[in-house]
Design a protein around this ligand. Structure first.
Ligand code: HMG
Length: 390
């Protein structure tokens, strides 16, 4: 019996800043962002949208037509935590009206947390047809204004139903791992913005991709030709090309054929180009993009997935696309979400960035912005208050 992703839904905030506007403001050539990094827009979360609302807004379309009673596990992966104690998943569990006979927990290891959640959920759902886990991945990427990381900011969430006999992607048991204690990107508890040694982080990402891939090859005996497409963790989309080149070189493909690289990765990049980094959700946003957009029928084909979390933890794993997968995709919904966002002016982006929510628990009510069905209404007596958007 197989286990894996039964359905998947992506969500991002209803606002974005075009990166030509940012480039102009920072006195940088737009081509650096567009071609050099592979980014065109960055998603900006308004004050009444956080990881809880984004995750619940991602999950809502999956649960609209029932099936809530089958869910007995909610794993919420994020590095934009909203509380040091209570799991963000419990807020989402309440908003979504999930059964009380359910395990709910939050996980963290930078961007890798989403993959840890998916693998744990798959292991716990193995051999249990009829039961489901809800994996929620959501993040808001923030760096200092005018820092090199700024154009890679973004936000997004992906919700996945994980079960036995999945309809989308059966996860294979083999995986390749690499863990190492290092400081390439981190966010101390007293900061809202991440600290990062940007170029070092990129080097580490690429070398750990090679190491995780080598471990996967050693464990599985497979070669690069056994895969139809590859999805990578995407802090910025160009990194997928660089990472795939490394895998091809490791497979002895010298010189690397750029068309082979494009064929392997290009169809998974369009959504992330428009949202920016969504940390834990990135890889699964790319997977949604590939499945939604790939013209070739991927039924029965193997996908390679590379997940990276700073600090660092990396995993290469694979899955087989299931027969009939197109029937359970939310392609039109995803495309509408991206097409119908509101463009921000530069000063509106900076106003949102600089808005300081009281840290002393003092009562606070947020102005209503555009969101999905759920919004973060405010804080009362140190308690976050979520509500349905009107
Ligand atoms: P930078 O250092 O300012 O940029 O910031 P650069 O000088 O390296 O240029 C970037 C690319 O643009 C280069 O391409 C340039 O040549 C090119 P490359 O040589 O690498 O192929 N370029 C141009 N192209 C066309 N026209 C031009 C032009 N000018 C330059 N005019 C950096 C880049 C990624 C360091 C920065 O954005 C940053 O610090 N980002 C945040 C950290 C990050 O994203 N790291 C990625 C790996 S770590 C990771 O993925 C984990 C993470 O998601 C967090 C987590 O796990 O939780 C971040």
């Amino acid at each position: 019996m197989t286990t894996g992703i039964d359905r998947l839904s992506f969500y991002t905030s209803r606002y974005y800043l075009p990166l030509d506007v940012l480039a102009n403001q920072r006195g940088v050539e737009y081509e650096k962002f567009r071609t050099g990094l592979g980014q065109e827009r960055m998603g900006v979360a308004p004050p009444d949208e956080d990881v809880v609302t984004m995750a619940a807004n991602a999950a809502e379309p999956l649960l609209r037509d029932g099936g809530k009673d089958e869910i007995e596990l909610v794993l919420f992966a994020t590095e934009t935590g909203i509380d040091q104690s209570k799991a963000a998943g419990l807020f989402a569990h309440g908003l979504l009206g999930l059964p009380s006979t359910c395990r709910v927990v939050e996980l963290k290891e930078a961007c890798y947390g989403g993959t840890a959640a998916l693998q744990l959920a798959a292991a716990m759902m193995a051999g249990r047809p009829g039961r489901k886990a809800l994996v929620l991945t959501a993040d808001i990427a923030r760096y200092d204004l005018a820092s090199p990381g700024e154009p890679t900011q973004g936000c997004g969430a992906v919700a996945m139903l994980v079960s036995a006999n999945p309809r989308l992607l059966a996860i294979e048991p083999e995986c390749g791992l690499h863990a190492e204690d290092l400081m390439d990107f981190w966010r101390p508890n007293y900061r809202d913005e991440a600290l990062v040694d940007g170029r070092y982080s990129t080097r580490v990402y690429l070398t750990t991709a090679e190491k995780a891939w080598a471990d996967y090859v050693a464990r599985s005996g497979r070669s690069i030709d056994d895969f139809a497409r590859f999805c990578y963790h995407l802090p910025f989309t160009n990194i997928a090309r660089k990472a795939h080149e490394r895998l091809l070189k490791a497979a002895g493909r010298h010189p690397v054929d750029p068309q082979q690289v494009e064929h392997a990765v290009a169809e998974g990049l369009a959504y992330n180009r428009q949202t920016g980094n969504s940390y834990t959700a990135c890889l699964y946003e790319s997977l949604a993009c590939l499945l939604d957009g790939c013209q070739e029928n991927l039924e029965g084909r193997r996908l390679g997935l590379f997940s990276y979390g700073s600090g660092c933890m990396a995993e290469f794993f694979s899955g087989i696309v299931q027969p009939g997968y197109r029937q359970v995709l939310l392609t039109e919904h995803h495309r509408r979400l991206l097409a119908e966002r509101t463009e921000l002016k530069y000063h509106e982006y900076e106003d949102i960035f600089n808005l300081k929510v009281p840290r002393d628990g003092w009562n606070y009510v947020f102005a209503q912005y555009r969101t999905g069905p759920f919004r973060f209404g405010g804080i009362e007596g140190h308690k976050r208050r979520y509500e349905r958007a009107t």
